[in-house]
Design a protein around this ligand. Structure first.
Ligand code: GLN
Length: 494
């Protein structure tokens, strides 16, 4: 049974189509693995009955020869996606008992194509965090262990830490995730998985709990580049319900996997060599450059001069949008309500009890930078800097660069409690290589490149031109072929 969970999404798809396996047995194998992995805390809500019901329907469609592109493939859904009739928490107490009456467009696209949902995956509260430690449902434990102290609980990254850990621990074939400043790519890098944040507008945001609407994008986390391409094809597409979703045809991304990258121009930005970066990460980056060069790509040094402003600017814009998006949790319309003397008292008590400390911090920062007197000094200025960050990329692409290569994160994964407990900015630094991509609305993919001396995975990031996800899949698959194969941890938790 257990080897069924070790198939890639593509292998499972082919085995289902050729009737070597059934959707029901594949689903049961995953449900069984999930039951044994509760220690990792990947799922907030497991939906075994629903999954088995969907599996039966998939088997019927497979038998009829009427299968969708993802027919019978069990996946996990980040608990930020609203799912009809299934509790959706955003990992917050304020939404503890919220059961949506509608399905997000992206998850409904996946179901339309035949995917089976195993349940809802843990995350940082409202997707705010880089380690999954801000979840009101407890942190996710990464399946990975540090060579020197195997007892330390390693974080799976965040905010999509349930997604990354579940994929790395083989508790689903693939998972949905979201990325506002790095939440797909950083957890992918921390767990030796592949994660792509597509171009802003490629996937609909409708029905995904909003964090910072001008930055949020949906995308998949998978174990291979091919699997990410298969998932994205189903997730992407125009949606009239999201005015920022773009009406462009969705390509067959899988065709780009394994395509030659000969003659592609890869920009290596000198500003990403940040002070204090470990020699190991620098060396790993050089290795990535060498792999692409060997595959026939041309490497050019580029300059993205406004990079150093990306993180401070992000931590103005994202909280500003969050403070406004999270105003809707007022105890009236969704989830938790705490009784109060009057309506203002009820709002205050509900929000104080329902939101965790990181979410409250973001709301306070956001309210501050949007307040009269500070709006121009912070928010408007940050928007101007955001344009300059985007312009840096535009200039590089105009000069003929096809994609930019950087490390995905400045370090390997750390252990719970090791970062940010005294200074939140320490945690924010995790996103130093990823936030620029959201600020510019570009597609970015994280692909594993092997493991560091401490035994933990390292990821490379490729950033592409708008709507040229295919280029990223081709380049990422060249890296995947050249890099040492990721050996996912044996299930010590089971
Ligand atoms: N880690 C970043 C933050 O805390 C990004 C989160 C995300 O992409 N959702 O805001």
């Amino acid at each position: 049974m257990s080897e069924l969970t070790h198939l890639t999404l593509a292998q499972a798809r082919d085995a289902l189509r050729s009737k070597k396996i059934s959707a029901t047995e594949l689903t049961k194998a995953h449900l069984n693995a999930m039951e044994k992995a509760r220690l990792l805390n990947c799922y907030i809500t497991e939906t075994p009955e629903l999954a088995l019901d969907q599996a039966r329907q998939s088997d019927a469609r497979l038998a009829e020869g009427n299968a969708g592109p993802l027919e019978g493939l069990p996946i996990g859904v980040k608990d930020l996606y609203c799912t009809k009739g299934v509790r959706t928490t955003a990992a917050s107490r304020i939404l503890d008992h919220f059961t949506p009456t509608y399905e997000s467009t992206v998850s409904s696209n996946l179901m339309r194509d035949g995917a089976i949902s195993l349940g809802k995956l843990n995350l940082d509260e409202f997707a705010m965090g880089s380690s999954n430690e801000t979840s009101a449902f407890g942190p996710v434990v990464s399946p990975w262990r540090r060579r020197s102290d195997p007892e330390a609980k390693i974080v799976p990254g965040g905010s999509s830490g349930g997604s990354s850990a579940a994929v790395a621990a083989h508790l689903c074939l693939a998972a949905t995730a979201t990325d506002t400043g790095g939440s797909i790519r950083q957890p992918a890098a921390f767990t030796g998985t592949v994660g792509i944040k597509p171009t802003y507008g490629r996937c609909s945001r409708w029905g995904i709990v909003a964090f910072a609407s001008s930055l949020d994008q949906a995308g998949p986390i998978t174990r291979t580049v091919r699997d990410a391409a298969i998932m994205l094809r189903s997730m992407a597409g125009h949606d009239a319900k999201d005015t920022t979703s773009v009406d462009l045809p969705v390509s067959d991304y899988e065709k780009a996997v394994g395509q030659s990258v000969k003659g592609r121009r890869i920009g290596v930005p000198k500003e990403y060599r940040i002070e204090g970066m470990s020699p190991e990460i620098l060396q790993f980056w050089d290795q990535g450059v060498a792999w692409l060069k060997d595959a026939g790509a041309e490497i050019v040094e580029i300059s993205l001069p406004h990079t150093k402003y990306a993180l401070p600017t992000y931590y103005i814009i994202a909280p500003a949008e969050a403070s406004s998006n999270l105003a809707r949790y007022d105890g009236v319309r969704y989830g938790l309500r705490e009784a109060g003397r009057d309506i203002a008292d009820m709002y205050e008590k509900t929000r104080a009890k329902g939101f965790g400390s990181e979410v409250r911090r973001r709301i306070m920062i956001g309210t501050y930078v949007l307040s009269a007197g500070y709006y121009d000094a912070y928010y408007v200025r940050a928007q101007k800097v955001r344009s300059l960050i985007k312009q840096d990329f535009d200039l590089a692409f105009a000069a003929g660069v096809d994609a930019v290569l950087t490390p995905a994160t400045p370090s390997t994964a750390f252990a719970q409690g090791e970062q940010g407990s005294n200074d939140p900015v320490e945690m924010y630094l995790n996103d130093v290589f990823t936030v620029t991509v959201n600020m510019a609305g570009l597609p970015g993919i994280a692909v594993p490149g092997g493991c560091a001396a401490n035994g933990l995975p390292l990821g490379l990031q490729l950033i592409g031109r708008p709507f040229e996800e295919e280029t990223l899949f081709a380049l990422a698959s060249a890296i995947e072929q050249a890099a040492p194969k990721i050996e996912y941890p044996k299930p010590w938790w089971a």
